[in-house]
Design a protein around this ligand. Sequence first.
Ligand code: SF4
Ligand code: SF4
Length: 447
Amino acid sequence: MAETSPEFSRNLRAAGVVGAGGAGFPSYVKAQGKAEYALVNAAECEPLLKKDQKILEYFPEKVFDGLDLLMKAVGASRGIVGIKKKHEKLIGRLKEIARSRKNISILEMGDYYPAGDEQCLVFEATGRIVPPGGIPLDVGCVVSNVETLYNAAFAPRPVTETFITVNGGVKKPATFRVPVGVTWRECVELCGGFTVKDPAYIDGGPMMGRVLTDFDLPVVKASAGIIVLPKDHPLIVKKAQSRPVFTRIGRSTCDQCSFCTEFCPRYLLGHNVQPHRVMRTMQFAGGEHKVHSPYGLLCCECSLCSLYACPENLNPREACVAAKGDLRARKIGFKNSDLNTGRAPQAHPVRDFRKVPVSKLVKRLGLEDYNKDAPWTEFSYKPAKVKILMSQHIGAPCAPAVKEGQRVEKGAVVGDVSADKLGCPVHASVSGTVVKVNEKYVEIQAD
Ligand code: SF4
Ligand code: SF4
């Protein structure tokens, strides 16, 4: 491995680059590590979202520039772009670009879910398994999202726009970029408005995204897109189940068939995740519904168990999330749990045969009628105002760095985090006047 370079990390922090696949992890931290492989997560396995493939289609050179910089920063000797082989034409173009770069190759992946889980990608690309409770850097890998690398190519230029897909119940589904801080309602209007009555939406993909109904919430740097559906769509109803509801139904209905475990992508990588055992523990959870099972601690919350595997339509994913929260309250994580044996994980021998095709998943989710193309569209949208959230990343939220009445130029820092904390600044996405400041957001009236 070559020497690492700290300058790139400084630029990423100044630009406020965060993981744009939805997680929002500050990218400067990843760039401080040392890795043999730099992997580009272009698998985009969430059904109906298209923004990564569109960025690669329209701005591939910039993504490769970002990858070059990341490889230099972490000292990586190999860069690998993991993308589904169904994007045949795009792959041809990417291979051409890769040939003109040093040590970069394209990994063609199947169209299954969750091909884009970063630990699955690490295994597919390198044959290495991230240790339980560990991160890709533990096995010499750093993984970045497509848009993150696009933004990294411009650093220290501030991140003021984000790429999104708006799909599902809208007139003209599209993939486009908008200034950070516009509302989802404005994005839906750009797509011609709703086609469904009484709409709700899933922020992020249908599998890992969260259900929301307030379309006036602002778009953030980590936003990947939304899927608009009627409020009574079975996917919305299932994902919005409350804890008392999924606990009550789960307790009375789970027959311990263990399909949830058998399909779990982390279990198939050899991690000790066993959602059926978490479901069993719910039987003993008492009136407060507390679940103290460590078998959910390594769950990556992909939802495959709840939305595909379970023949009873139960919610083992939520049971795992609840168990993690309950154990966290008792200061138990995987590392200090009884399951941390220190043994190296082995991939399950039938792992390849349990990959779930996205086409089957779309049917199971009831999304066939909403699965549209969402083509790339340049709107050059100029909003009247934007709301810049102070918390757009994992870590400490920003503190406002401007006052009401102050004039700001596009790209000015409007919120920042002290250097000793995990986090990075947020910037004005338009030039204008600051009209409201509080600990949650800064609102700017555009010129
Ligand atoms: S798949 Fe469903 S019914 Fe089977 S063990 Fe898991 S939660 Fe229970
Ligand atoms: S959500 Fe379910 S399938 Fe996915 S990692 Fe967690 S337990 Fe496994």
